[in-house]
Design a protein. Structure first.
Length: 331
């Protein structure tokens, strides 16, 4: 608690540097042409059965009612996702401005404004879109060894992108110190921070800090270790989140599925949840998660699950040779 207060004070008391003038030219808070970020969205990582399947699944998600698509250059499927977006809009008789599209700048496009803009241009061309609702720095890490953690320059380059092409800017996977220095050195807070959040990694104080700063939070991997690429080194601990006994019990009591309980818990915390699935049934089930009503005692029980099974599944610190998530839980 003391740490949060110190961090908040440090951020809020920081001198406002000249970069704030960039913010003044670029009101990223509430552009009138965008819908607000929906609390439920559709994830597209590992959506790679085939390009045709990727497009069909994204289109189906929009027809099912999802109004937020979470894409990234690193997922190497933005062309197929773009075809799916176009088809979904057509089938659902919707215009582009009725959905929220997020994408992310990959580590190989950090640095000066031209490099960052080239990354955005590629993503827009692949997705077949004129603009993004939200563009995120995917990691505070550049793949160029000479500027490994030069996320401040990259943020300044992001701030120079034309508003006509990007309505909001944000980050993913930042540590408290990294977020603090980003804000202190540029005077511009991210609109959103996307991070790993699920019942096994609840990060309550970190979420509270974002609330206090007015930064919206998107919860990725809402089903924890359901993502098949999360390597557990052959360990069976923790048990599959979607089979967790306490969660199964809540699901039975509330007549929901465990996946819906995990999403409803995220929505209850006012985070935007972005589950991914290739299966029609799951896509619908996940979309209907807001109908799953949790009671106070369920939330208490889920808090206990978090203390017992605390695990962070997505941490490439070792392979990348950088210290990520310093000061956060599950590291
Ligand atoms: N910013 C970042 O660094 C970052 C990192 C990770 C993820 N993300 C974003 O967050 C999105 C979601 O996270 P994620 O893809 O890691 O994992 P996830 O959405 O938590 O879980 C996906 C897995 O759960 C399965 N599943 C989906 N719905 C289900 C249901 N109702 N019942 C049972 N199983 C179900 C899926 O199976 P099937 O696909 O076989 O149906 C898939 O194997 C990503 O797609 C990506 O857009 C961002
Ligand atoms: C996509 O592929 C999955 C896995 O093979 C399959 O179950 C699903 O029906 C396909 N989805 C669509 C919309 O074609
Ligand atoms: C599609 O939407 C437009 C504008 O909202 C509406 O005027 C039109 O009737 C709709 N068409 C169909 C087939 O629903
Ligand atoms: C990005 O695309 C715009 C056209 O939309 C072009 O003017 C600009 O030069 C491009 N930037 C880079 C770095 O390729
Ligand atoms: C439980 O949920 C299912 C599916 O949403 C619904 O059809 C059924 O009527 C519900 N049962 C009760 C007892 O609420």
């Amino acid at each position: 608690m003391q740490f949060i207060n110190q961090l908040l004070l440090a951020i809020l008391a920081s001198p406002i540097p000249q970069a704030l003038s960039l913010e003044a030219q670029r009101p990223i808070a509430e552009p009138q042409t965008s819908i607000s970020q929906p609390l439920i969205g559709f994830g597209t990582w590992n959506l790679n059965v085939s390009p045709e399947n990727t497009s069909a699944v994204v289109s189906l998600a929009i027809q099912t009612g999802y109004r937020q698509i979470d894409a990234a250059a690193a997922y190497r499927n933005e062309k197929a996702v773009g075809v799916g977006i176009a088809d979904g809009l057509k089938q659902a008789n919707l215009t582009r401005d009725k959905i929220w599209v997020t994408s992310k700048l990959w580590n190989d496009h950090h640095g000066d404004p031209a490099t960052v803009e080239a990354g955005l241009n590629q993503t827009l061309s692949d997705l077949g879109l004129d603009y993004l609702d939200l563009y995120l720095m995917h990691w505070p890490v550049s793949s160029s060894p000479s500027s490994h953690l030069d996320y401040i320059s990259t943020w300044k380059s992001l701030l120079q992108l034309p508003k006509s092409k990007v309505l909001h800017l944000g980050v993913c996977n930042f540590s408290p110190r990294q977020l603090e220095s980003l804000i202190k050195e540029t005077g511009v807070k991210p609109f959103a921070h996307q991070m790993e959040l699920h019942p096994y990694l609840q990060q309550n104080w970190w979420l509270d800090l974002h609330r206090a700063l007015g930064i919206s939070v998107t919860a990725y991997s809402p089903f924890g270790n359901a993502n098949p690429t999360y390597d557990h080194d052959g360990k069976e601990y923790p048990p599959a989140l979607l089979k967790n006994e306490a969660l199964v019990e809540i699901a039975e009591k509330r007549n929901c599925t465990v996946a819906q309980v995990a999403l409803a818990w995220g929505i209850e915390r006012e985070t935007s949840v972005i589950p991914k699935s290739t299966h029609e049934w799951y896509i619908r089930e996940n979309f209907e998660a807001s109908e799953c009503v949790l009671e106070k005692k369920d939330l208490k029980a889920i808090e206990k699950v978090g203390r017992k099974f605390l695990t962070r599944f997505n941490n490439p610190s070792k392979p990348w040779g950088v210290k990520l998530f310093e000061g956060l839980d599950g590291v």
